[in-house]
Ligand binder design. Structure first.
Ligand code: ATP
Ligand code: MG
Length: 441
């Protein structure tokens, strides 16, 4: 059934109100307000995309996207609380408190492929802002399950692309010719992986095959856009599954080439384990409603290249902290060629790395000072992650910091005075001294 060729001509399948599970009580009031206002002003208005998909799957949508035949200026004219935005195309954001409803005008797709100025020589879409009707809008979307429209006129779902069947079968399928659609916009390959991981869907064989051949094209996507996508890939609660699929399709190496090189070279499983543990932590935190920061995520994803460079630099005579700083600088600037991590995050990642050396210097007043520093907690968590991933030589150091944080001031004082001074040898058991002063880190 799901392998059927999609019929691109003709009328849509209409799934009437009693035949689907979408109910208005599950749609945010703000989204309903926008839909009704558009409708009462004489425009067509549909809920579309992830909102419809997730409601049909019985999941809670992350946000609600609306499609309409009203032009952006007309939409903006209807809502005082709105803003015209335009990155790749013009959209209207209607704001209700913290909730933003995104309203997009129907657009037509790519029929004019490769023949006009909207495509670059390599087939990538440059301009994607040609208005169209509902049907055209349905065909220019990425996956069939993302192209279902919920109407507030009669509460039916409108399906041009057999999305409903794919949704029921758990299949993620690119609309149209997958190869061509990935060439037009390589980010669709990342979206395929993201939705497959999040929904537990399988990617249809025709939609997955070209990924192996085309993933290299991700290197021509602007690094700022890739940063946004990376956050969606790794900070939506399904980072482990996403990472495994990215590796499976050999996409990861075009996003994090330095890390991928380290993974390929690794003799033991350490870097892989470290990334998996880090992503597991991220998923667990999101599941518990705790905050996660891109700085920690990038610190984890780029640690192996930083770590191995730092070792080399230490071999050339730099101190451990200097080596980590310099390696961090180098890795951050090389990575920026692929993914534009804003400075406020990459700065924090670099601090987390350099802190790994500072955590060893904890004698005298140092420990008390370090605990108070803003990056301490992240750096300590990072150290624990390294230990969990197999760097056993830091077990004693990790335990020391755990105990230190749990201790009262008096105990802290004696712990700190018994801690080794850097390069010092006093009063440590042999194993501990090796840990503290090792230069093999
Ligand atoms: P979620 O918001 O849960 O991450 P979503 O499917 O809503 O998933 P959005 O990025 O919000 O994803 O996009 C909304 C809709 O716009 C999609 O469902 C899809 O129909 C369309 N869309 C988004 N990006 C693309 C793209 N690169 N190519 C074609 N259509 C796209
Ligand atoms: Mg969405």
């Amino acid at each position: 059934m799901s392998d059927e060729v999609i019929n691109t001509a003709g009328s849509p399948r209409i799934i009437a109100r009693p035949e689907h599970v979408i109910s208005r009580v599950n749609i945010s009031e703000s989204a309903l307000k926008v839909l009704y206002r558009l409708k009462s002003s004489g425009y067509e208005a549909y809920l579309v995309g992830g909102g419809v998909r997730d409601l049909l799957l019985g999941r809670e949508p992350k946000d609600f996207d609306i499609a309409t035949d009203a032009h952006p200026e007309e939409v903006a004219g209807l809502f005082r609380n709105s803003r015209l935005i335009g990155r790749r195309f013009k959209l209207v954001h209607v704001r209700f408190g913290r909730e933003i409803i995104e309203v997009a005008t129907f657009r037509s797709g790519h029929e004019e492929k490769g023949t006009d100025e909207t495509h670059a020589e390599d087939g990538m879409i440059l301009r994607d802002n040609v208005y169209g009707n509902l049907e055209q809008d349905a065909w220019r979307r990425d996956f069939t399950i993302n192209s279902l429209y919920y109407s507030v006129k009669d509460f039916s779902v409108v399906d041009y692309t057999s999305g409903m069947e794919d949704l029921e079968a758990g299949v993620l399928r690119v609309i149209g010719d997958a190869e061509q659609r990935y060439i037009e916009d390589p980010v669709r390959m990342l979206r395929a992986v993201r939705f497959a991981a999040k929904l537990g869907f399988r990617i249809h064989k025709d939609s997955e095959k070209p990924i192996f051949e085309l993933s290299e094209r991700l290197e021509s996507v602007p690094p700022a856009r890739l940063f946004d996508e990376i956050l969606k890939l790794f900070m939506s609660g399904y980072a482990v599954a996403t990472y495994e699929l990215l590796r499976h399709y050999d996409v990861f190496r075009h996003l994090f080439p330095m890390t991928d090189d380290c993974l390929a070279e690794a003799e033991n499983h350490f870097p892989h384990t470290m990334i998996l543990r880090g992503l597991e932590n991220t998923d667990a935190r999101i599941a518990e409603g705790k905050p996660v920061t891109p700085a920690f995520l990038f610190a984890v994803l780029l640690w192996e290249p930083v770590h191995s460079r730092a070792k080399r630099l230490q071999g050339e005579g730099l101190s451990e902290i200097q080596a980590l700083q310099q390696a961090g600088d180098e890795v951050v600037s090389l990575q920026a060629l692929h993914i534009a991590v804003p400075k406020r995050f990459s700065l924090q990642s670099r601090e987390i790395w350099a802190f790994q050396a500072r955590l060893k210097r904890r004698n005298g007043k140092r420990a008390a000072r370090l605990v108070e520093m803003s990056r301490f907690r992240a750096a300590y968590d990072f150290l624990l992650l390294r230990i969990e991933s197999g760097e056993d030589e830091y077990k004693a150091l990790g335990d020391w910091w755990t105990e230190f944080q749990e201790s009262d001031e008096v105990t802290r004082g004696s712990m700190a005075s018994e801690a080794p001074s850097v390069g010092g040898k006093k009063r440590r058991r042999r194993r501990r001294r090796k840990t503290d002063n090792t230069s093999s880190d």
